[in-house]
Structure formats: structure tokens, C-alpha cells
Design a protein around this ligand. Sequence first.
Ligand SMILES: Nc1ncnc2c1ncn2[C@@H]1O[C@H](COP(=O)(O)OP(=O)(O)OP(=O)(O)O)[C@@H](O)[C@H]1O
Length: 243
Amino acid sequence: MRWGRRAAATAPAETLPRTAVELRDVTHAYGDRTVLSSISLTLTEPRVGVIGGNGSGKSTFARLLNGLVLPSSGTVLVDGLDTRSRAREVRRRVGFVFQDPDAQIVHPTVAEDLAFGPTNQGVAPAEIDRRVDDVLVRYGLDGHRDHPAHLLSGGQKQLLAIAGVLVMRPERIVFDEPTTLLDLANTRRVARVIDELEQDVVVVTHHLDLLAGFDRVLVFEDGRVAADGSPAETVPWYVARIS
Ligand SMILES: Nc1ncnc2c1ncn2[C@@H]1O[C@H](COP(=O)(O)OP(=O)(O)OP(=O)(O)O)[C@@H](O)[C@H]1O
């Protein structure tokens, strides 16, 4: 059973299949500037953290995982699907939560915003209503159903952004610095929400304490993976390196 300690809180009726994301000799350049060099790795663990200094390539790496960014050379495969040629299927499998939830909120009310993704996917209206109700209750947003999404607090907006990805039922969710704009209380809340997700997650973060209990942490340095291992191995290595 893969969910371990999360099982009690959130075990789904049906267990999600695991995703495998594979990078084969991936390089990415913006114009003539190479920001990721020759990365080869496979992600199969439920909880993967990504850390490293500003500009080390973490966001670019995260965006490669669901085809938001395509490799300049090399290949990214999600469950064997090439992000270049199978973008639509890849996006269904791998959801993406942006650092700034305002970048993700597209509809005026909370409920309409949540319905947007599954409507695009062609999900039946009754099923959309069911999923939207479910996430509204789960994230304490039920009372805000018809409220303007842009009037939510920062923490509520981040929860809405996560909920907006969850209603599309991806198997893996990539978070790009999900707590950077949040105060301590909301950081803890979002950390708990991530911890309880049944989906596989990849979390890019500067908040190292979010990674306690993760299965694997990648440390980026100048567009390369400088360390790759458990949080107990990599986080102290990274802290020592920058001290
Ligand atoms: N769209 C873009 N066009 C050109 N250069 C970019 C673009 N996005 C990122 N870069 C550059 O690529 C490099 C890596 O950026 P990236 O955002 O992947 O790093 P990061 O590790 O996530 O940084 P941070 O921790 O500051 O968010 C940086 O030098 C950045 O300026």
C-alpha cells in the first residue's frame, strides 16, 4: 500500500495508478542560454521535492514534467507518453499548480473557476458538480462557492488553485513554490493539504521543512542535479553547501 500514513485521512475508494516520469538526456535552453543540461532520471516516488538556488533551473524542470515547457533536446516521457507529441494526455495525467494562484484563476466565481478544467476535458455536467462540491467542502471553500475568486485571501486562493487541479483528477501534481506567497498559518495549511493528497506529487520549494517525510529530493545547481536522495541525505548537504 503506497499511501502509508496518509491512508487513514484520504484513502480513495479506488487507488490511483502510479505515474512514472522519465527524463532522457534532457537539455533546455531559452534562446542561446542553456538552463538545464543533460538530465536523465525517472520519478516514480509518491513524494519528490526539488530544491536549489534562484535560477538553478527548478521551475523549468517542473514545467518539463507536464509539457508546459518542451525540452530543447532529449525526451520527457510520462507513463511512456512523449510530452512533445502527446501533450493533451500528459496534461491529464500531470497537473500543475503555479506559485501565483492568480495566474491560474480564470473565472469570476469560485465554483465556475473549479468547473472550468473538467468542462474542457469533456466531463459530464453532473460529474463536474459532484467533483466541485467535493473539493469545496474538502478545502473549506463551500461558503465561498459564488464569491468572486479574486476576493479570496492568499491562502484561500492557493487552496482554490490546488482544488482546480484536483477536480481534473490527475495522477501526479507538480507544485511550483506553492507556499512562497503565504503566511505561516497558510503555509502550514497548504503543507498539510499536500501531505494528505492521494496523488503523487513533485514540490519545488525554498521551504525545506515541507520536505520532511518526502521519498526523494533533487537538489539543482546551475541546471544540473547536484544531489539526489532522501531528505535526510540531501537537505543537510544543501544547507552545508550554501552556508
Ligand atoms: N521564459 C524564460 N525566458 C528566458 N529565460 C528564462 C525563462 N524562464 C526562466 N528563465 C531563466 O532560466 C534560468 C532558470 O530559471 P528557473 O525559473 O527555471 O529557475 P528556478 O530555480 O526556478 O529559480 P527561482 O528559485 O528563482 O524560481 C534563470 O536564469 C531564468 O532567468
